[in-house]
Design a protein. Structure first.
Length: 288
């Protein structure tokens, strides 16, 4: 009996606030035969999901326990303070920790910001989730500090937010089980790091691309003959084209000589000054 072939797939977990859509689109273009399953998990469930084998990789918020897990930091988010639109903070363009001294600041249990000391006044009890804290902020009980993506995720018309200049920031990382670094994981690493199709696998292509870069940069110089850029830096004699062309590479004739497409003056076989002397010797003498 022939065994059934199982179509490979890739399961990507992601925590609230993370938007994996752009990477999922690139995946579908590069690996159309490998389905990408997006698995939404709560912030506290990211690591357990990977360790249980329920996802091949995950977009999580740092810190991540590196015991058995690999993690690549991807980007850092700004931290904002969320408050009602009629709060006095709405008049400020940016808020500091000191500005919150008299406000109740909620600290939900799923918070991932690493505070040495939470600003403001502590709430009587910690909300279970960020969503619960948002409801309390809308009721006018206090304010909330969160990564900007979570403020957008829980947007309400009666709330607004401002950037916190001196608050800890949240970092997003790609994480996966260290012993399960498969080819598909490597493919996704290449996608989130912005590698192209040709450079996503192997170093040979990258080295070849780097070797071609200087030639590409020098191409405009070779094509600029009409501007007197022809000829090497040394040129003929001491510098036949005067470092890229007669009269400082402008392509103009030097002292009576006529410029060619390469920028040299006809009438002289040496440097540009030699061409000028030859041109003067060839002039007829003035008659009194």
């Amino acid at each position: 009996m022939t065994e059934m072939q199982v179509t490979p797939s890739f399961r990507l977990a992601y925590v609230p606030g993370v938007t994996p859509g752009k990477w999922a689109r690139v995946w579908s273009e590069r690996l159309p035969d490998v389905p990408l399953a997006l698995v939404a998990v709560e912030a506290a469930d990211g690591e357990p999901t990977l360790r249980a084998g329920d996802a091949d990789a995950g977009l999580l918020r740092l810190p991540v326990d590196r015991t058995g897990l690999s993690a690549i930091p991807l980007y850092t988010e700004a931290t904002v303070v969320v408050f009602p639109k009629d709060h006095w903070l709405a008049a400020a363009e940016e808020v500091t920790v000191a500005d919150l001294a008299d406000d109740v600041v909620f600290h939900p249990l799923d918070d991932t910001l690493e505070w040495e000391q939470l600003p403001g006044r502590p709430a009587i009890e910690r909300p279970a989730t960020t969503a619960d804290a948002i409801e309390l902020v809308a009721a006018g009980v206090g304010v909330l500090l969160v990564p900007q993506s979570l403020a957008r995720l829980h947007h309400r018309r009666d709330l607004t937010y401002r950037t916190m200049a001196d608050a800890p920031q949240s970092r997003i990382a790609l994480s996966w089980p260290e012993e399960q670094t498969t080819d598909l994981v490597e493919e996704f690493i290449g996608i989130v790091r912005g590698r192209t199709v040709n450079s996503s696998r192997g170093r040979g292509q990258t080295a070849a691309t780097s070797a071609e870069a200087p030639a590409a940069k020098s191409a405009p110089g070779r094509a600029g003959g009409a501007k007197g850029a022809g000829g090497t830096k040394g040129g003929t004699g001491k510098g036949g084209a005067a470092k890229g062309g007669a009269a400082k590479g402008s392509g103009k004739p030097a002292a009576g000589g006529r410029a060619t497409a390469g920028g040299r003056a006809r009438g002289g076989s040496g440097s540009s000054s030699g061409g000028a002397a030859a041109a003067r010797r060839g002039r007829p003498k003035r008659r009194g």
